[in-house]
Design a protein around this ligand. Structure first.
Ligand code: MMA
Ligand code: CA
Length: 308
């Protein structure tokens, strides 16, 4: 910068630029003095620029040497760093990879073993399932066998009781201690005779009809007697001798005995409409229902003791 400023700002330069166009150029220089000055100036400028160029070259060379040294150092440091850091990591990774490679056969062996175990367990599970199914079948079969045997035993026991009853009745009859005579149109069951009304009546009408036949509306004391009456009623709704006239819900037989055996229809007695105090056997199955005493039933059943 400095040499340039000197060059531009010099008095010779100013003077040179003030010269007329005719006086410019060496050949037409007006005097010896002016030519000498210019040569001096030119030489001086040349020297200065050579010096400057030399300085610049020197600076450039020095700087590039420094840069080269720096680069070398940097390279060395990189290499050094590579060795101690990245290379170590790479080595570690390689070792890990090696270890893993070593582990692979063991792992695949273990996997195979596990697969075998799984297969074995699966087959064992299916065997156990089969066994369980068989056991379940056996249990069901055994249960139904037990139930069958139980039913058979109950039936046998019932039959045996019937047989004993019959034998006992026969024995009493033979002995003369049991009466088996019933009037015409009355039917004998054990010690009693039964009459089955042929026309519809209210409960009171039925009661009087029985009395007029020297009997009373039937009292049922056992399931055997009930079975006999259900069968003989022949699918007709029939009044029986049971009512709760005095105390609601307290049913009493016409013979004055309490209600021990009963054969109510499901949901009965329900005293429907608060007006059901008399009991009838249902037509379809003979089971009992409390009904309105003033309503009619197709039939009614009287009883009396058999005579000798
Ligand atoms: C009838 C009547 C009742 C009996 C009910 C059962 C609707 O009334 O027979 O005495 O309890 O049926 O549903
Ligand atoms: Ca009822």
């Amino acid at each position: 910068m400095e040499p340039e400023a000197k060059w531009n700002g010099s008095s010779e330069q100013v003077e040179f630029s003030r010269m007329s166009p005719r006086s410019q150029g060496f050949t037409k220089l007006p005097g010896q003095k002016t030519c000498g000055k210019s040569v001096l100036l030119f030489t001086f400028v040349l020297l200065i620029s050579v010096a400057l160029w030399a300085a610049l070259l020197f600076l450039f060379l020095t700087r590039s040497k420094e840069i080269a040294q720096d680069l070398e150092k940097l390279q060395e440091s990189c290499v050094y760093h590579n060795d101690s850091g990245i290379v170590t990591i790479i080595r570690q990774l390689q070792m890990d990879q090696w270890d893993l490679k070593n582990d692979v056969p063991q792992l695949s062996k273990a996997l195979n073993k596990l697969q075998e175990d799984q297969t074995t367990l699966k087959s064992k599970a299916s065997q156990m399932n089969q066994q369980l199914d068989r056991l379940e079948e056996d249990r069901t079969a055994f249960k139904s066998q037990v139930l069958n045997e139980q039913n058979a035993a109950t039936q046998a026991w019932g039959k045996l009781q019937e047989e004993i009853e019959k034998l006992w009745t026969e024995f009493q009859r033979a002995n003369g201690s049991i009466c088996t005579n019933c009037p015409e149109n009355w039917q004998l069951f054990e010690k009693k005779c039964y009459f089955f009304g042929k026309e519809p009546k209210t409960w009171s009408q039925a009661k009087f009809a029985c009395v007029s036949l020297q009997g009373r509306l039937v009292s049922i004391k056992s399931k055997e007697e009930q079975a006999f009456l259900t069968q003989k009623a022949n699918k007709k709704g029939s009044w029986i001798g049971l009512r709760d006239l005095d105390i609601e819900g307290e049913f009493v037989w016409m013979d004055g005995s309490p209600l021990n055996y009963s054969n109510w229809s499901p949901g009965e007695p329900n005293n429907q409409g608060q007006g059901e105090d008399c009991v009838a056997m249902r037509a379809n199955n003979g089971r009992w229902n409390d009904a309105n005493c003033r309503g009619q039933q197709e039939s009614w059943i009287c009883e009396k003791l058999a005579t000798c």
